[in-house]
Design a protein around this ligand. Structure first.
Ligand code: NDP
Length: 516
């Protein structure tokens, strides 16, 4: 029996959620393509969330005692389980989020790769090591290790309901923490499936990863539940609320927020490749990608060719829910209103080039036509605010320096891309782009490299998931010293002779004083 069938078999379709609580309220998640109900889930209140966190706290002790190897073995069992049931999970992602099955597969494979990396690299990154004690404490041994925080609360969005939360969940678990995950109210079935899969694949540490479902209040209860850290992925406005709630209990936070990512197309760029990447980076997943390309700055030398190439590619794009569709419906109807507002604002002052698929034939209003936005003033909402839809602004700029200045003129700073024929020039632009991540001659690639950290600056948040930094994010650094031999003179004692500090001052003066 598939997990989805098992979930359907229980009345509240909540097989993977914290289901031991009596809760009177439920909510439905629906298929954005058809409006059909995907599942009915409990609205977990503060008591239920606290209970889940307490169970996770108990599980964290056992999970921690398993050590790096024990946890790696279990994380491998989990990724094996996900890999074997990839199609089943992709089908659920397709039904609940709306993205094409192939895109869901891609998302799941990325998540599996991160699980593998996190499990394999936790010991090397976090395990105990000796560090040099230095001259002043030469008679001591010095040790550094990274210890888990206990229980990590994870609050996730709906746009990549597997990949995005797994960026926190996999790394937090590998670091020795238990996790309580609150998925978006738009994708609770995917969250419940992930937790049910964990229970099935890792039965001896089932409570180390649990899911609670509900609306914002359930997330707020998780913030107040005494977790060691709250890893939030979502919009900047909600991020502010989450930080305020976490401040009540001084709970540390990781903030993965929105973006307004830019692509720079330089004079000597491969224009066809840049256009292909810009179209995919902006329109795939209906543009609902935090690291999606929303703005392109193309130099005057390539602008006309680039616009011609992009508009030609965009004309053939078609949204739909069938296997041939390029992207699906907007997962959240209200997001469609934001996209329409941005596009109509541009229509009043600039130019809008749409795809050729007839919107009258779209199944419902959640499907949006792709739109290339030209001659858009930098003050326009389509340039300043996160659009999160199948749109792309293209602006002509003097040169790459002009492009960089405009790319950086945003309160966000998540990611971006540079297309250039010169490696040195591209690397220089990439370094100076104000963002946490930049791809050269491709888009979004950093997300598929587990060793690289993922996160933003400014309104795009702080803290890092993925890579060694992502493992350390869910730990506290612990310092230990051990005296190896006692010295005749102990500097950290009231018994030290006055001459001792004079001698130290002379030695340090000789060593450091010559530096100017
Ligand atoms: P939201 O900010 O609306 O919601 C994110 C999560 O927070 C949801 O689970 C939501 O629950 C929950 N939530 C809402 N209110 C509260 C509250 N007061 N306290 C605690 N939790 C709360 O984001 P979306 O789900 O709409 O996701 C889209 C956003 O996420 C975009 O801005 C996108 O750029 C960003 N994002 C960032 C990524 C990154 O890594 N930087 C990756 C992916 C997306 P509910 O749904 O039940 O309201």
């Amino acid at each position: 029996m598939s997990l989805v069938e098992q979930m359907d078999a229980v009345t509240d379709a909540s097989a993977g959620t914290v289901d031991r609580h009596a809760t009177t309220q439920t909510f439905e998640s629906t298929n954005p393509a058809s409006g059909a109900v995907v599942g009915v889930f409990p609205v977990h209140d503060a008591d239920a969330v606290n209970e889940a966190v307490e169970r996770a706290r108990a599980a964290a002790t056992h999970w921690g005692e398993l050590g790096f190897d024990g946890r790696k073995e279990r994380l491998s069992a989990y990724r094996g389980y996900l890999a074997r049931r990839m199609n089943e999970l992709a089908d659920l992602v397709h039904r609940e989020n709306g993205k094409p099955h192939g895109d869901a597969i891609l998302e799941i494979t990325l998540a599996i790769d991160h699980l593998a990396w996190a499990g394999a690299h936790a010991r090397k990154t976090l395990g105990p090591r000796r560090v040099r004690a230095g001259m002043l404490a030469a008679n001591h041994a010095a040790y550094l290790e990274y210890q888990p925080l206990g229980v990590i609360g994870v609050i996730g969005p709906w746009n990549y309901p597997v990949f995005t939360p797994m960026g926190s969940i996999a790394y937090a678990l590998a670091a020795g923490n238990a996790v309580v995950f609150k998925p978006s109210e738009y994708t609770p079935a995917v969250g419940a499936w992930l937790a049910a899969a964990w229970r099935a694949a890792v039965p001896d540490a089932a409570d180390a990863f649990q899911v609670v479902t509900g609306y914002g209040e359930t997330g707020a209860a998780l913030c107040r539940a005494g977790v060691g850290k709250l890893a939030f992925t979502g919009s900047a406005p909600t991020g502010r609320k989450v930080m305020a709630t976490c401040a009540e209990t001084l709970t540390p936070v990781l903030m993965e927020l929105g973006g307004k990512d830019a692509m720079i197309v330089d004079d000597d760029a491969d224009v066809v490749a840049a256009a292909d990447a810009a179209v995919w980076g902006s329109m795939s997943n209906a543009g609902q990608t935090c690291i999606g390309i929303e703005r392109v700055y193309a130099t005057s030398a390539v602008y006309d060719r680039f616009v011609a190439e992009v508009t030609a590619q965009v004309r053939s794009l078609r949204p739909g829910s069938d296997d041939e569709a390029h992207y699906g419906p907007m997962t959240m109807a209200a997001q469609g209103d934001i996209v329409r507002r941005h596009v109509s604002h541009v229509a009043a002052s600039g130019r809008v080039v749409r795809g050729e698929a007839d919107p009258a034939l779209f199944p419902n209003e959640n499907y949006l036509a792709p739109a290339v936005l030209l001659d858009v003033p930098e003050s326009s909402p389509a340039v300043r605010e996160e659009t999160f839809g199948p749109t792309l602004t293209i602006t002509k700029v003097r040169d790459a320096e002009d492009a960089l200045e405009r790319a950086n003129a945003t309160s966000y700073g998540l990611a971006g891309a540079v297309f250039s024929g010169s490696k040195a020039r591209a690397m220089d632009l990439a370094r100076r782009m104000r963002s946490g991540m930049t791809s050269v001659n491709s888009v979004l690639t950093f997300a598929s490299i587990p060793a690289l950290p993922f996160g933003g600056v400014g309104e795009s948040g702080f803290g890092r998931i993925h890579g060694e930094d992502g493992l350390k994010e869910f730990t506290r650094a612990k310092a230990i010293t051990r005296q190896r031999v006692a010295l005749p003179v102990n500097l950290m004692s009231f018994s030290r002779p006055a001459s001792a500090t004079d001698a130290v001052a002379r030695v340090m003066g000789l060593i450091h004083g010559r530096h100017r």
